[in-house]
Design a protein around this ligand. Structure first.
Ligand SMILES: [Zn+2]
Length: 289
């Protein structure tokens, strides 16, 4: 079975070489905290491809980070663009955006889309420093809605344990935005912070008709039962396997990050072959169509 991963991070080379120093020079205070976590692994584009080959991952969507600064955003998009170009057929990428930096971020978005980026994200307004009502952000959403484009949001669960970098992301914000911009293909990372449960409310299910969920970092947050539970709440066509590689999602079982353990978990939880094939790859294909 072909496996395609909807959530893989590639960081700029300078950031990987010296995370603390690079973050300090760039004013990336939030990323600095996460980068020192023992859970964080590192892999350049070649290393990602090697691990994909070892673990049977055919294709990965490389996603940007929610940088606080324009300089980091620029470096991120340059390294993503380079990775896609150097590994034909293996990667697509979502561009980082920085609406908090004002009007120049709109030109950067146009340039990214013209350069072939398949969408934007991961975005996290509360860390980046803009509001859902920020005019530049709204202009980005308006443009993306017109193009029937894709937006990936980092979503945290409103209850649970505390961990470095956890910030509240009210679920209502996503429901409201999805209702206002229904032609955007929204991807809510990390099982949407539990939003699938609220699809039991018909008004939420209607507003979220174009909302997709990825499974990034799932083992750090939920027991394997999440796969079956989520499948009872949202259509199987809107859940996408995403690993959050090179995060070590199974810290007790992994010395190095890999894809295989999460693929195995999905296989162990989903009995129906058609549903499994959809989640492990076909849904990502549809998202990117
Ligand atoms: Zn995330």
């Amino acid at each position: 079975m072909v496996v395609r991963d909807a959530h893989v991070h590639l960081f700029p080379a300078g950031a990987m070489a010296d995370p603390a120093g690079w973050a300090a020079r760039h004013g990336e205070t939030h990323w600095a905290r996460l980068a020192q976590s023992p859970l964080q692994g590192w892999a350049d584009a070649d290393a990602i491809v090697r691990q994909m080959d070892m673990d049977g991952i055919e294709f990965a969507l490389l996603v940007g980070w929610y940088w606080q600064t324009a300089a980091a955003t620029e470096q991120q998009n340059a390294c993503l663009h380079d990775a896609v170009a150097r590994h034909p057929g293996r990667f697509a990428a979502f561009a980082s955006v920085a609406p908090q930096c004002g009007e120049t971020a709109l030109a950067a978005l146009d340039a990214a889309l013209a350069a072939g980026f398949a969408g934007i994200g991961e975005c996290l307004p509360q860390v980046q420093g803009f509001g859902w009502d920020d005019p530049v952000w709204l202009a980005m959403l308006h443009t993306t809605n017109q193009r029937r484009g894709r937006v990936l949001m980092h979503v945290t669960e409103p209850v649970g344990h505390l961990y470095p970098g956890k910030v509240a992301t009210p679920l209502q914000d996503f429901v409201t935005a999805a209702g206002c911009y229904p032609d955007i293909r929204w991807v809510l990372a990390h099982w949407g912070g539990g939003l699938p449960f609220y699809h039991l409310n018909p008004a939420v299910a209607t507003a979220c008709a174009n909302v997709w969920y990825d499974t990034a970092a799932s083992p750090l947050l939920y027991s394997p039962a999440i796969w079956r539970v989520a499948l009872s709440l949202v259509p199987p066509g809107r859940i996408m396997f995403g690993s959050d590689y090179p995060l070590r999602c199974y810290p007790r079982r992994q010395s190095q990050p890999d894809f295989r353990l999460l693929v195995d978990e999905a296989r162990s939880q989903i009995d129906d072959p058609a549903t499994l094939a959809a989640i492990l790859g076909q849904n990502l294909d549809r998202l990117l169509e």
